[in-house]
Design a protein around this ligand. Sequence first.
Ligand code: B1M
Length: 212
Amino acid sequence: MHLIEKLKTLIIEGNLAQAPRATQEALQAGVDLREIIDQGLIKAMEVVGERFSSGELYIPEMLLSAKTMQASLNVLRPMIADRGIKAKAKVVFGTVQGDVHDIGKNLVIMMMQGAGFEVYDLGMDVPPEKFYQAIKTHQPDLCCMSALLTTTQGAMGKTIRFLKEQSVRQTVKVMVGGAPITEEFSAGIEADGYAPDAGSAVEKAKELLGIR
Ligand code: B1M
């Protein structure tokens, strides 16, 4: 099997033991770094995202694929730094103020990293001021917020209002998600987009940023 196809299959299967070795093999065989990332890692996570969204894969399998992708990415990291390969987009991401649920956020972040995004993880219980500071510091293309409680989803609107007051709202797209969040809620707080799960979150982010 072609080395890239082999690597892609290992990531889809979540084969944490063999994928990093296959990544090394592809490098040693002279496969271009960009091709390993785009056709191996990113393509694999696209497949995983689609299968998760369609209910064919479940959270544990998706987490394992994401971990496998990250292990492969770690093999490539020194070369990526050397070559100065640019991320597809910059993202700041946090679970909103008052909310400590971060499993879903972490999953979405792993999928975004799999898609070639550079993500700054602000953690959980993130107040509006911290989102603002991160936007000032990192100048991201996208600001992502996650909320799992009906009592904390209001903090998303509060954060967007704060970004407006500080005059940075127009510099960044805002995407929201989490179990209680709906399309209507997202529109009501004037977010730019909403996604129901980790697979579609990557697709939505690309759509918002005009990335194909
Ligand atoms: Co909590 N909890 N919890 N909890 N907890 C829920 C959410 C709850 C539904 C359980 C229940 O009552 N049935 C309920 C919320 C009720 C409500 O408000 N409607 C609840 C409650 C009430 C609470 C406490 C208040 C309990 C208490 O103390 N009395 C408390 C609140 C603490 C706080 O935040 N201040 C609390 C605490 C906790 C733990 C700390 C124990 C733990 C969190 C650990 C952690 O995250 N590190 C916890 C857990 C684990 C859960 C459940 C069981 C699982 C949540 C989860 O991780 N799901 C949850 C019940 C349930 O869902 N079965 C529950 C898996 C995860 C992959 O899914 O986070 O939905 P999810 O993420 C998805 C999508 O939503 C989407 O993609 C992800 C992957 O597909 N997504 C995005 C998420 N963010 C996105 C962002 C995007 C796009 C998509 O764009 C930016």
